[in-house]
Design a protein around this ligand. Sequence first.
Ligand SMILES: NC(=O)c1ccc[n+]([C@@H]2O[C@H](COP(=O)([O-])OP(=O)(O)OC[C@H]3O[C@@H](n4cnc5c(N)ncnc54)[C@H](OP(=O)(O)O)[C@@H]3O)[C@@H](O)[C@H]2O)c1
Length: 217
Amino acid sequence: MGRFRSYVIFSAAITLDGKLATRTGDSKLSSKADKNRVHRLRSKVDAILIGKNTAKLDDPVLSAHNAKKKNPIRIILDSNATIKNNSRILRTSSKIPTIIVVGERASKKNLQRLEKLPVQIIICGKDRINIKKLLISLRKQGIKKILVEGGGATNWAFVKEDLIDEAMITITPYLVGGINATTLVDGDGFSTITKSIKLKLKNVVKMKNEVVLHYEN
Ligand SMILES: NC(=O)c1ccc[n+]([C@@H]2O[C@H](COP(=O)([O-])OP(=O)(O)OC[C@H]3O[C@@H](n4cnc5c(N)ncnc54)[C@H](OP(=O)(O)O)[C@@H]3O)[C@@H](O)[C@H]2O)c1
């Protein structure tokens, strides 16, 4: 499959109770050392992918600090093309390559707004983005390796279709609770453990108060 679609590394920092953020969307979980590790990882991939809610709530730039080579391409799943012009991603899109993935039903008005910006627009899927198709089309344009950085709904879209090749998950020492807090993988979930994907644990790194788990599929 690797040759036909982009290779996927799933990356996240979670609380000890498996959340990506608190119920109010506070996701500042990682230590400085872990952030540096993620930035090094980002500099080794061709692209970083996130969902629309993460783009909206966290408003990240998704750059790779200390990257010797150029920044990876940012890819946003945004079915209705609603990402704001004043988001940090769109404000930096003339400097860092950016792909907005939209659905076939995105309004003309929203598309026309994006077309004026220095971004690539990929139309893929009807209501929601068709991830398998997207990975094949990204591979065709030379994107070999992508880092999937959430949030929970986006992560489920990849997990559901067994599209994760590696996972690098940092466990941080927080217990935040909250039934409505986003978890590592949300969505409908698998009904039984036998239907779940099962990863192989390759490495465990202890970093002061955090643990980084490295899995392969
Ligand atoms: N700790 C961490 O490492 C970390 C990392 C990332 C995010 N976060 C946190 O996660 C939270 C956001 O997570 P989230 O689950 O709400 O949202 P998300 O995964 O960031 O975005 C979900 C949205 O993406 C769009 N989308 C398009 N195609 C999709 C598809 N095939 N499957 C799923 N979504 C698709 C949908 O919006 P449309 O229908 O409009 O397209 C959907 O509502 C934030 O609080 C953020 O801080 C934490």
